[in-house]
Design a protein around this ligand. Structure first.
Ligand SMILES: [Zn+2]
Length: 223
């Protein structure tokens, strides 16, 4: 049997724990298995390893919670990811979807001075090209947290942030969505799991799973 455990893999686990509330509460093996698409035995094996190295505290039947050390490493990975995205987007002209995929690989570069240098080189940007904050410490406060799905029919909103997930970013690209765009909420049907919006005189059906991950601010009501 081939066993392939490397640092990148560990960091990916820590990131998923972090993104699912693992700073304050236990994240279950089941959640990790689903999000990382790995088998439950692999998850258990990795969690034991991560707890031996003091990145997490692992409690059987409850799951994993990040230690201070784990939180710090993870916040650094997320920061590096976002700095790289900024560089790829601003300087090399990659798309919103492409920068995310490439940064997933590049974020694991070990030379931390490199990221500080790149950050300064880019003029200390506040956000990644998806609108997420480039954090300075281990707690990441996002500036934009109201999802598209939380606004009423008739609202006019401006898109400020997309969650970093490949599926969402594919949808964003296919439908030419972008930060700074103004959209109107035309229809909502929670049972149908979708929000219908209009932008540039086009209508677009946004599945609820995506509408929860597009963050906006309200503009004046057009009455
Ligand atoms: Zn991003």
């Amino acid at each position: 049997m081939k066993k392939h455990v490397n640092n990148a893999n560990q960091e990916d686990y820590l990131k998923v724990i972090y993104q699912n509330g693992g700073l304050d509460e236990h994240v279950s093996n089941k959640v990790l298995s689903q999000k990382l698409q790995v088998s439950p035995p692999s998850v258990s094996e990795m969690l034991l390893k991560l707890s031996e190295e003091d990145y997490i505290t692992y409690t059987p039947y409850k799951g994993a919670i990040l230690t201070d050390k784990g939180a710090e490493v993870t916040a650094t990975t997320i920061r590096n990811h976002r700095i790289f995205e900024r560089f790829l987007y601003d300087s090399l002209d990659y798309s919103l979807r492409e920068v995310h995929t490439l940064a997933e690989e590049l974020e694991h570069v070990k030379d931390l001075d490199f990221f500080d240098k790149l950050y300064n080189f880019l003029g200390q940007p506040e956000t990644c090209p998806h609108g997420s904050m480039i954090n300075k410490d281990k707690i990441i406060f996002e500036k934009y947290t109201d999802p598209l799905s939380s606004f009423e029919i008739g609202s006019q909103v401006e898109i400020k942030r997309f969650d970093d997930s490949s599926k969402l970013l594919e949808f964003v690209e296919e439908n030419s969505l972008g930060l700074g765009q103004t959209v109107n909420i035309l229809e909502k049907n929670e049972e149908d799991d979708q929000v219908v919006i209009s932008m540039n005189q086009n209508e677009l059906v946004v599945p609820l799973a995506f509408a929860l991950k597009i963050f906006v601010i309200p503009l004046e009501n057009q009455n």
